[in-house]
Structure formats: C-alpha cells, structure tokens
Design a protein. Structure first.
Ligand code: SF4
Ligand code: FES
Ligand code: FES
Lengths: 817, 211
C-alpha cells in the first residue's frame, strides 16, 4: 500500500494513524503508540498465549468488525483497531466478571493489593458489581510450593505466566496446570517442589496475589514502599533491580527490565539477598582487638590506631586485598590510598580464584552480553553458569531456545545448559589442554569433538570463558580464548564471578593494572597518572598469593582488607589463615565479622549495597549506577569516606569529599572511563549502562589471550571444586531464606570410579589435598568425567579442602574391602 | 534411561514403549501413547507411572501430570472391570439421561465418579459421546450402546455382573439392551477402559495383541 514509511506499516488505532513495526503484536504496537490495552497473560518477554481474553479489541475485517485478542494479533498495513468501542467495553466487563467469579477478593490481606493488575483493571474496566451469587471455588490456601514461594490457588486467574516462565525462560517447568475446566489449577508434582533458582520471577509477574514470596509476605503494603533503581551486587552480571524499602529497612528487591542485561529477570539470590542487608550480624561499630578480644571503639580511636600502625612500617611492607565487592568509586579510593598514601605496589582484588587481571580487564575482541543475540554459536567453557552467573545462563538459554544459536558446553560434569546445548564435551580437569588440542586438530576424534569442531565453524561465535572451578589451572581459560579468537567472527566474554571484580580491576586493583585499563608497566600510563597523583610505586608488586606468602614469611607485615575474606575464598585456606595469624597488623573494612575479619586487629563497619551510591562495572564492561535507599546500620560508613579520613590521618589526601567527586576523578585519570559521569548514567544516554570505553575513552591495554603452556600433571584424583549458587558465601549465610537452600556437601564420583575406590553412595571418605582435608559422604554423579572427584566448593563441610588441582581419596576404616 | 525406567515393565509393554519413542523425532511427542501404556502397566495412571513417562520423554513429572489430568480417559484412580460412562450432555439429558444414570447407579451400587467395592464397576457421567442421534447413550469400556432406557440400563449392569463377559462388544450390547441407533459406525476392535485404542495400533497396542 501507499502509507508505508520505510519498513514500517500504518495502522489506525481509535481513529488515529500510527507507524508500527510490521508483524509486531498489536498489544505492543498500540502501547508504543501510546494506547494501553489491558492484559493479564501477555508479558513482553514471553510468547503470547491469548489465555485471559482481557486484551480484546475490535478490528475491521472483510467480514466486518470482529473482537480479537490484541496480544496474538500481528499488525499489518492498514489494520484498523478500536480499543474503546462499546463492544470492547462490554467484552472487557464480561472477561473481568468471569475472572472474578472465583476470585476471593481478599485484597485487604493480599500482598499484591495496591499493585495488583486485577485490582487496577477491575477498577478501570470492570463491571463494578458481581451477579455471581453461587459458592466460589475453594482450595487450601496458601500452600508452599517451594521453600521460597507460596501458592494461593483461589486467587489464581490461570494466565499461565508462571508456568510459561518456568518452561520458556528458566527451563525448569516444575509448575504446571493440572486438571481442566473449573478445576484447573497451577500446581507442582506431589513430591517435587518448585525449587528453581528463578522462582521469585513468577511471584513478580503473577498478575494477582496467587504466588507470594516467603521473605516478603505480609512485610509491607506496596504504597508504603519507597523504591530506587540499582544494580544487583550478587554476581558480576549486573542485573538491574528495584530496591524497595520502608522505614529504613529493605523489604523487597524486584527485577527491572534492562534490555542489554537481565531483561527483567533475576535469580532468587539477587532477589532475596536483601535479608543479608538487614542482618543482625551486620557490623555497626569499629572494633579494636585487645588481648585477643574485640572491643567497641570510636571511629577516631580506630582510625588513629590504624594510621599509627600503618605509618610505622615501610609502605611496601603493607599490602591491600579486596575491593571486588565494592563500588568503582570505593575501589578507586582503595587503590589510590594504597598507591599514594601507604605507597605500596602490593594490591589485588582477586584471590587467585579468578583469571589473569589483564585478560579480564583488557582482552581484545571482548564480547558484550547483547552479542549473544546475534551469535550463531556460543562456546561456554567456564563455570556452570546456572550456578555462578544465573542470569547470564538465562541469556545464553534464550539465545539457544529462541534465537537458534547452537551452544557448545565444555565442563567436567553436567551443567545447567546441557539441556539446550547442541554439543557437550566432558573432560577431566587438567586435561583441558589436550582437549583444546584435539578441537584444533583435524585428526579423527570422538564424535562429540567432531560435532564441536563442526559447530564452531559457524560464526559469529561468542566464547564465554572462565575457570570451570578454582581448582582448574587459571591459564586454561586464556588458552581457550586464544583458540576461540581464531573462530569465525569470534568475540570473547571472559567471566569471573565476584560482584564488581571487573570494576575493581578497571580501578587498578591489581599489581598489573593502573586505573582505566592501563598496564602497570606502561611508562606513558604511569607518567600520566603521576601527573594527577604524584609519584606511585614501581610496578612489580605482589598479587594475592604472594601477598599471603609474604605475610606468612614476614616479608609483608601489614594487610588492609576491603570487603574481602581470604580465609574463606582463597583456594588455599590454610595459607590464608597462617598469613593472617602471622601478620603484624591487619585491618578489615567489612559488612560482617567474616572468618578473616575475626583474625584482624581492627575491624571497620562499612555501608554496603542499598546504602552507598556509586557505580559498578559488569562482566562485559558495562558501567551502571547503584543507588542508596537506606542508611547503613549503626555507625557504619561508606568505604571511600573511611579511606579519605584515614589518608588525612596518615598525612595524605584522597581529595574525595564525595563518591561523585571520585567518579569525576575516575573520568579524568582512567582512560577507559573518560567521559563518564553519574549524570550521564542517571539521566543521559547511560540509563541502560554504558560499556566502557565509550567514544570518549580509550583502552590502552589490548591484551591478546595467549595459549601458555599448561601443565596438567598431578597425583591422585583431579578435583572439580565447582561453586553452587547457594554456597556458604557471606551473602547467603546471612540471608536465612537462602541459607536454608544450601545443597548437601558430598564427594561425588562417577559410578565406575566409585567402584574403583570401592565405595558406595553415602559412605564416608576423607579427601586429602595439599591445602587441607575434609571428610565427606560419597555421592554418585554419572555425568562426571572419569578420574575426577567433584566437591561443591565453599560449603561449611567442604571449605577446608580449598581448591587444589588434585586430591587423594581415603576410605574410612571399617568400610569393607 | 529407557532401560532403567522400564526395568519393571512387562516385556511386551517395554517393546511398545520403545517403538513409541522411536516413532517421533522429539521424545516428548510420545507422552500421550506412553501414558496409556503406563496405565496398562500400573492398572491406572499412578504417580510412579507419571514419573516413568517423565523420565522417558525428558519432561518434568509436573508436565506429564498436566497432560494426564487434562484428558478424562487417562484414569488416575483404579477403574473397575467395567467402566460405565453415561452421557449427560444436552441431547441425552433431554431424553432422560438422569434417569438412566440413576438406574445404573442403583443397580451397581456405585455413585457417579466412583468404583464399586468389589472392583467390578466404575460409573461416570461424561460429556457428549457423539451419539446424540441415539440418545440417551452410554459406553461400557468405551463400547457404545445407544437408545438405552433406564430399565435396560439396569439390565445391562445385571448382565455384566452375571455373565461377566471377558470382552464387551458394542454390537452385542446394542442388540441386548439398546434401542434406536444414530447410525452404524461400530468399531470392531476389542477395547478396555485403560486398554489401548485403535490410534495406537501401529505400535502393536491394539486389542489383538494386548488382550
Ligand atoms: S499463579 Fe499467578 S501467574 Fe500463575 S497462572 Fe495463576 S495468576 Fe497466572
Ligand atoms: S493478554 Fe491477550 S489474552 Fe491475555
Ligand atoms: S449428548 Fe449424549 S451423545 Fe451427544
């Protein structure tokens, strides 16, 4: 026809013409044109089902005007729609009257009351009065369908949003409709709970109060909540969240639809971690150790003591660890404090459980999450994404199931993505280099390898590379990236887990890096920074493990920790402990009295997530703003202000009257962050976050992944110390609802290997490695590579093992022969 | 997985299950025939049966339950030897299905939706069974009888109890207890309440072999 503008079509809604995307669903096209069509079952991130009939509109057809569901109607040139006619109004009233027949109308005691689409749309489009005098449908209410979610079937309007989410989006369809007609209900299988890592999303998208979340139930009314947008700091994916609080207490975290990142979804850890913020175990006052006991202290006293102790040793006898859970501003202040006030080159944001900082911060051809949408092939050779980066898992899953990408997963055992993977390669940790070799070569190989070779020929390829577990050699990921670089249209997404580890590295918290992705060895970069900061120490400082070794051996005397728990998180827990015990002076800035903080001499209480303002950088290098909605507990303070105070007492100056001023400084001295500002992220072009460097910045470090020689040898059983979502990390431990979900600790063996050792499931064995030993019951995992033992990392019963590459298995006495 | 899951099944049903799974490019497409088979194996669709079908098809048990509970012909409770389904939809209702149902209930001592204690009868009322022209109609083990007056319905039940036919046939019952027929369309397969249906004959599950 004539009215087409470019590849748009012209449609008429309520007598006015609009341009629309051809094939777009009418409900969406109308919304974009400013006309809201009421709906219950349609959700912009899921396929339409036309289930609730609330979106009925009249369209003109060759056979006259007809009612149709706007959520299933694709628009085409010349479509004429009436969304407000008398017929439509009558239809809407009718639909609502039907929906309300069985709805209990217990709004005054319903969590959804006040933000309920059924309530709102009944007010706007409903009949106002019911003609139904018969008995309503009754069910036991509510029933728990998992440890986190309760279901009230009386309130359910059968829109199938929840069941579609769990099938289409998260891939764990543990809830479904049962029965039919008037008896249709959402329910689980009798003995299989809705234990999904993503269950909270169904609560959020349920258009009524049928699904409620235990941690939030009856805690607040929506109109009493104040909300602020922020970014989840549970992992490095950087999901956009709405943090909601009442009376200085965070009561709920909801997902926000940010197209380049989480697209509205959250993991349950992102969502329910707010319990940790409100934990009674939060530090509220500075603590000073005297004769082995902590006592409360004033800030001035504690800071004075730290200034004196740190000032009494040479700068390079001091080291700093941490910052990967802080904001960029705090990490930047930490680096500046260490490099210019203490004057030490020894600093690290990682704990030797991640990857080479240059690779993480500055790899060439780095992928963004959005690249997954265009990828023909996605290579995932990293941790089990569902466990470590669950929302990235959702994005990869979407690429596979909705967008037709073939996914190649390489891992020592089954991962969450296996169900949608085109090819799965299982290998024994330590044999990664050999496998890589056979992927490269053209020689005959097992069928899966051949299939993987074929899949990887199809570009563009996005390679998600990381460490399959902390027991894996760190060099392997880079070797994988070096291999992936040669694939057609390849982009690399190096992944590490800790919330703001990418930001911390970008802020220079590594002996290898200066702020803004500048190599520490670059003379030009150093002199540019020295112009702003004055002299900084020579490169060549110690990274995490050498720092701990130095503390143990006396070469390093003091340690400053910023939200960092090496006693728990370092792959060698005994080394960490010896280091802390041997250290002359340890100061820990933290939210909790962690295992590490307990060994410190001075502990300073910090404000954390939802309490401080700043920016964070996610795994693709996207900078987003985090915001404050409540003050921290007691006398806790933001890290940047503590470090500023401390600097002044030590005769230095961070020049940081506020976090925003720190951002201004970052934007000047950190080349990759040039041009950024809070303003731009909040009100400008950075509302969805900005991947740095933007057009204004540059990235001096261009790290080319290199296939270093990998040594696979080791005695005993290869260890796979994979992390699980609900491990014993401090955030889960301090969130009672999440802590209850921790999986059982066990030493898993393949069935054949269990036979070789002569053990059966449930039998106790001792695993002994170079860094520690633990006794665990045996579990059987048929998906595990041969010669490998899998131990879920960092559970209370497994933490002491650390993450060595190999372990010995000893049977306990009396276990038979 | 197939071998493990089917370990407890009879050899014949195991073969059928494998044939069904092989017949579809996507395992989950086999869910419906497999549910029939699992019902044959367990007597009705038990939780175990749904779990087994889930394992075979790669679905979750909740999804299988959703399918199994949607269709009324998947019996989730034990069914008597004779399943009597009395149509109570509009045509049959107008021509006295209430009285027919009451007669059947009384003769069998079994309320609609239930089974008799001796396991002989199950009675249910169903929606239109496509015999409106011969209303009121009922089915015994899905074998149709049309134009059934209440006293004939009771007589049918007595006959089932006394004669105890191994296999019930539409034609035979129609002759003995039926009245006006809509048209002659009789299926000549031998079928039972939870036994296979003709549609699954390609898998070797039709009456001949399964009986
Ligand atoms: S529980 Fe909520 S989301 Fe699920 S079908 Fe019912 S109304 Fe829809
Ligand atoms: S929104 Fe269209 S039918 Fe539910
Ligand atoms: S109404 Fe009874 S068969 Fe149609």
């Amino acid at each position: 026809m004539t009215a087409e503008t470019g590849d748009r079509v012209t449609i008429t809604i309520d007598g006015r013409e609009h341009a629309a995307e051809p094939g777009a669903l009418l409900i969406k096209a109308a919304e974009e044109a400013g006309t809201y069509i009421p709906r219950f079952c349609w959700h912009p991130r899921m396929k339409p089902v036309g289930m609730c009939r609330m979106c009925l509109v009249e369209v003109e057809t060759p056979r006259g005007r007809m009612l149709t569901t706007a959520c299933t109607m694709p628009v085409a040139e010349g479509l004429v729609v009436d969304t407000k006619s008398a017929v439509v109004e009558k239809a809407q009233e009718g639909v609502l009257e039907f929906l309300l027949i069985n709805h209990p109308l217990d709004c005054p005691v319903c969590d959804k009351g006040g933000e309920c689409p059924l309530q709102d749309q009944t007010m706007s489009y409903g009949p106002g009065e019911s003609r139904f005098v018969e008995e309503k449908r009754h069910y036991e209410k509510p029933i728990p369908i998992s440890d986190l979610v309760l279901l009230d079937r009386e309130r359910c309007i059968l829109c199938a949003r929840c069941t579609r989410f769990s099938d289409e989006i998260s891939g764990d369809p543990l809830i479904e409709f049962k029965d039919r007609g008037n008896l249709t209900q959402v329910i689980t299988f009798p003995d299989e709970a809705f234990s999904s890592y993503f269950s909270g999303n169904t609560v959020e998208i349920c258009p009524v109060g049928a699904l409620t979340a235990k941690p939030y139930r009856f805690r607040a009314r929506p109109w009493d909540l104040e909300a602020v947008e922020s970014v989840s700091m549970v992992d490095s994916f950087g999901s956009r969240v709405s943090v909601q609080a009442s009376q200085n207490e965070v009561l709920r975290i909801n997902g926000v639809d940010n197209d380049p990142t989480n697209q509205g979804w959250l993991s349950d850890k992102d969502r329910f971690v707010f319990e940790a913020i409100n934990s009674e175990h939060r530090l509220t006052t500075p603590l000073v150790k005297e004769n082995g006991e902590f006592r409360e202290a004033q800030w001035s006293e504690a800071l004075e003591l730290i200034a004196e102790r740190l000032g009494s040793v040479r700068g390079d006898e001091v080291a700093g660890l941490g910052g990967a859970r802080s904001t960029n501003e705090e990490a930047f202040a930490f680096g500046k404090f260490l490099r210019t006030v203490v004057v030490t080159p020894h600093l690290d944001a990682q704990l030797d459980d991640g990857l080479d900082p240059r690779f993480l911060a500055g790899t060439v051809a780095r992928a963004t999450v959005s690249d997954l949408e265009e990828a023909a092939t996605i290579l995932v050779w990293a941790a089990d994404l569902k466990e470590e980066l669950p929302v990235l898992y959702l994005r990869v899953r979407r690429a596979a199931t909705e967008l037709g990408a073939s996914v190649v997963v390489v891992h020592p055992r089954r991962t969450g993505l296996d169900d949608v993977a085109a090819v799965k390669l299982t290998y024994r940790p330590g044999d990664g280099a050999d496998l890589l070799g056979s992927l490269r070569s053209k020689r005959r190989a097992r069928a899966e390898v051949t299939a993987a070779r074929a899949a990887l020929k199809d570009g563009p390829v996005v390679a998600i590379v990381g460490r399959t577990s902390a027991a894996e050699r760190p060099g392997l990921a880079e070797a994988v990236a070096a291999f992936a670089r040669d694939l057609p249209g390849a982009k690399i997404l190096p992944v590490a887990r800790r919330a703001n580890v990418f930001g911390a590295l970008d802020m220079g918290l590594s002996p290898e890096l200066l702020p803004g992705r500048v190599p520490a060895a670059s003379a030009q970069g150093r002199s540019a920074l020295e112009e702003a900061w004055g002299p900084i120490p020579e490169p060549g400082g110690r990274s995490a493990t050498p720092i701990l070794e130095g503390l143990r051996d006396g070469a390093v005397s003091s340690l400053v920790l910023l939200g960092c728990d090496p006693a728990r998180d370092h792959p060698r827990p005994i080394l960490a402990r010896q280091a802390l015990e041997n250290a002359g002076f340890v100061v820990a800035l933290d939210l909790f009295l962690s295992d590490t903080a307990q060994l410190a001499d001075v502990v300073l209480p910090l404000e954390g997530f939802a309490e401080t303002e700043g920016t964070v950088t996610n795994l693709e290098g996207r900078v987003q703003k985090v915001n404050r909605i409540i003050p921290g507990p007691g006398r806790s303070r933001p890290a940047w202000s503590v470090l500023g105070d401390l600097s002044r007492r030590m005769g230095g100056d961070l020049g940081a009257p506020s976090a925003e001023v720190l951002m201004e400084e970052i934007a000047t001295v950190a080349p990759a962050y040039r041009g950024l500002s809070w303003d731009r992220l909040e009100w400008g072009d950075g509302r969805e976050g900005l991947v740095v460097p933007t057009g204004d910045g540059e990235q001096p470090l261009q790290h080319v992944p290199d296939a270093a020689a990998l040594d696979g040898a080791g005695d005993g059983w290869a260890l796979h110390a994979g992390r699980v979502l609900y491990d014993d990390g401090v955030l889960t431990r301090m969130s009672p609802s999440l802590a209850a979900l921790a999986p059982r600790a066990a030493a898993y063996l393949g069935p054949a290997d269990a036979g070789k050792v002569g053990v059966e499931a449930g039998e106790e064995v001792i695993l002994r490695g170079p860094y520690g030993a633990v006794a665990l019951p045996v579990g059987i995992d048929p998906t595990l590579a041969g010669g490998t033992v899998y131990v879920p990392a960092n559970l209370p019963a497994t933490a002491a093992l650390g993450a060595p590459s190999h372990v010995e298995i000893e049977r306990l006495e009396g276990g038979g022969s | 997985m197939t071998a493990d899951t089917l370990a407890g099944w009879s050899a014949a049903n195991r073969r059928r299950a494998e044939a069904m799974l092989a017949a579809y490019p996507d395992r989950r497409s086999a869910v419906m025939p497999l549910l029939y088979l699992a019902a044959m194996e367990h007597g009705h669709i038990t939780e175990d049966a749904m779990r087994e079908v889930a394992a075979l098809t790669g679905m979750t048990p909740a999804q299988v339950q959703s399918v199994a509970s949607f269709y009324t012909m998947y019996k989730r409770d034990g069914v008597g030897r004779y399943l009597i389904s009395v149509c109570t939809s509009i045509s049959c209702f107008l021509l006295g299905s209430d009285a027919l149902l009451a007669a059947v209930e009384e003769e069998t001592g079994t309320a609609g939706g239930e089974s008799s204690d001796d396991g002989l009868f199950s009675v249910e009322h169903v929606e239109c069974i496509g015999a409106c022209g011969g209303a009121p109609a009922l089915q015994v083990n899905y074998e149709l009888v049309e134009g059934v007056a209440p006293d004939k319905g009771a007589a049918l039940c007595r006959w089932l109890r006394d004669a105890g036919p191994e296999i019930v046939l539409s034609d035979e019952m129609q002759q003995l207890f039926g009245g006006r027929r809509s048209f002659d369309w009789a299926i000549r397969e031998h079928e039972g309440a939870v036994a296979p249906v003709p549609a699954f004959a390609p898998y070797g599950s039709s009456g001949e072999e399964g009986a």
